[in-house]
Write a protein that binds this ligand. Sequence first.
Ligand SMILES: Cc1ncc(COP(=O)(O)O)c(C=O)c1O
Length: 359
Amino acid sequence: MLEARATVQRLHAYRPPLAGRQGLRLDFNESTIGCSPRVLARLRTLDAEALARYPEREPVEREVADFLGLNAAQVLLTNGVDEAIHLLCSTYLEPGDEALIVVPTFAMFAIFAGAEGARVVQILSSENFAFPLEDLLSRTSQRTRFIAVANPNNPTGAAVSCEVLLKVTQAAPHAAVLVDEAYFEFHGETILNYPTERPANLFVARTFSKAYGMAGLRIGILAGDAGQMAMVRRVASPYNVNAIALAVLPEALRDQEYVEHYVAEVQRARGALEQELRTLGLHYWPSRANFVLVRVGPAHTKFVQDLRARGILVRDRNSDPGCKGCVRLTVGSEEHTRTLIGALREVVEKLREPGEVRA
Ligand SMILES: Cc1ncc(COP(=O)(O)O)c(C=O)c1O
């Protein structure tokens, strides 16, 4: 009988609850208003010939590199950040190597590192999800070949300074250190602009899935040292990014006004949501991204179900390390956030009725 590698058999299946996502989708940190109309207009110009050709990544890669102030050799377009993580793990991890991951965090770091046969070492965040620098540094060794940090982090919304991240790169020169900036636009700080020379073991990932509203197109960026990126490129398919994504990406980059407008709206909406959570007496962690992690308590399952019954999808994070009783709420447009707030008031009030599970 054909058997998958033992390493793969040991992996936990990651099943994001994607089926039947009807309603207001505040469960995957997507944009709630979608991409720029200019992107859609460009999409509508594509013809059969454009689809018949294999996609050409390099010209668009050059535009993205210019946009980031980097050279083309330092930039690889990927099939979302997911693929960027996968490629880094394939490039740097041998079976038995160690991958250090600060948790709770994005699930794909551990999955792709584990799939290479690496030993995944999870380091729990400090109190209030602060970055556990001392713990992380004390766990690095010659065997450490991959370290992944989402900044801001998902699902906590916590951010860590560039100085701290650079200490990590220095402490682990044999490790590929990935700073996943999937939520960069909402945070505004990037290690790519840090004024010191970038270490050769530092990689930065960005995505068009969040602030740009293009999750369905699957497009992301991996940036790093040109020599290291040449190694990563060896592992990547030359056609990893599809022709539609490549055709519209320059238009998405040119319409920065649209992205800035949405980001500003999300930041206002996040403030309003946090204010409401305080009024409702629910503990939350201040967020630098387009979501807020809230501690609901033992009623977390019912809370999620009751919101779903009102047409709003949110994500139960109870089983993430350190997140007992927590739920993550994506922040969308102000209108969508007003809808969420209205439903939250009803759901929390209902949970507090005598006989109900306490929030
Ligand atoms: C930290 C982080 N990285 C990466 C991703 C996925 O990005 P992409 O859609 O570009 O694969 C997510 C999505 O939730 C995320 O939270």
